[in-house]
Design a protein around this ligand. Structure first.
Ligand code: ADP
Ligand code: MG
Ligand code: MG
Length: 249
């Protein structure tokens, strides 16, 4: 299970996370919702170990492993995957090369044999089909010239190839039209099972119509101010965050 206790973090010396307590039992999918600027991406980055996000207190463990003590690549080797809210463009780096390098690094860490170019291509084609992505996406530079929706689908393609045990999806729904939303949600739902745990971060409820979470947590001002079942997402959609923001302030 993912266990976060009293987690505080700062960016440029400014406190952003102000004591997060959150437990996601193995095999469950939890949603983190919240208004803009509440610290959702900061939480994702802290879990992934992004530079510049300073942990000032508390803990985050995954299967008893102290996540915060590990280098980002060690976290990935332990099965953690982060889908970025703003996927980075890598001009000159082919998407296929990038994906195969990432996949083989994970496979080495798991003690599995690496895939050669042909084996990788077979697997990638299968995953692309499942996500209704054209094969041409593999030939292009990573995310360069991709539309918002294509970038998000590319994040899900990475996830489908790497098959993480713990996934953090940061606003993967933003920029998606309704068909792409369904495809992305299907991609996540296909991973669900006892060996897949996820934190799905979203501002809106609509993604959660397709990925029905086991629990919903509301992050306001760097703290979880409410938790509940899937119905909490619909309540927020109706009533907005204003009341919870006023309460938190
Ligand atoms: P959310 O994802 O919920 O919209 P963020 O985690 O992106 O929220 O941001 C939380 C707060 O931290 C905001 O007030 C934002 O301005 C601030 N913040 C985030 N990243 C940085 C940064 N790199 N430098 C300075 N402030 C930042
Ligand atoms: Mg935001
Ligand atoms: Mg964000």
């Amino acid at each position: 299970m993912l266990k976060i206790e009293g987690l505080t973090a700062a960016v440029d010396g400014k406190p952003i996370l102000k004591g997060i307590d959150l437990a996601v039992p193995a095999g469950e999918v939890h949603a983190v919702m919240g208004p803009n600027g509440s610290g959702k991406s900061t939480l994702a980055y802290v879990l992934a170990g992004r530079e510049g996000y300073e942990v000032t207190g508390g803990s985050a463990t995954w299967d008893g492993l102290d996540l915060l003590a590990l280098e980002p690549e060690e976290r990935a080797a332990a099965g953690l995957f982060l889908a970025f809210q703003y996927p980075v463009e890598l001009p000159g780096v082919g998407n296929a090369t990038f994906l195969r390098t990432a996949l083989n690094a994970i496979r080495r860490a798991r003690g599995e044999p690496e895939l050669d170019a042909m084996q990788f291509l077979r697997l990638a084609r299968e995953r692309l089909r499942a996500l209704s992505m054209p094969e041409e996406m593999l030939k292009r530079s990573v995310n360069v010239g991709f539309s918002g929706g294509e970038k998000k689908r590319n994040e899900i393609l990475q996830m489908a190839l790497l098959r993480p045990r713990l996934a953090v999806l940061d606003e993967t729904d933003s920029g998606l039209d309704i068909d792409a939303l369904r495809i992305v949600a299907d991609g996540v739902n296909a991973m669900r099972g006892p060996d897949f745990t996820a934190l799905v971060i979203t501002h809106y409820q609509r993604l959660l119509d397709h990925i029905v979470p086991d629990r919903v947590h509301v992050l306001v001002g760097g703290r979880i101010v409410r938790s509940g079942g899937p119905e909490l997402a619909r309540e927020l959609e109706r009533e907005g965050y204003a009341a919870l923001q006023a309460q938190a302030a």
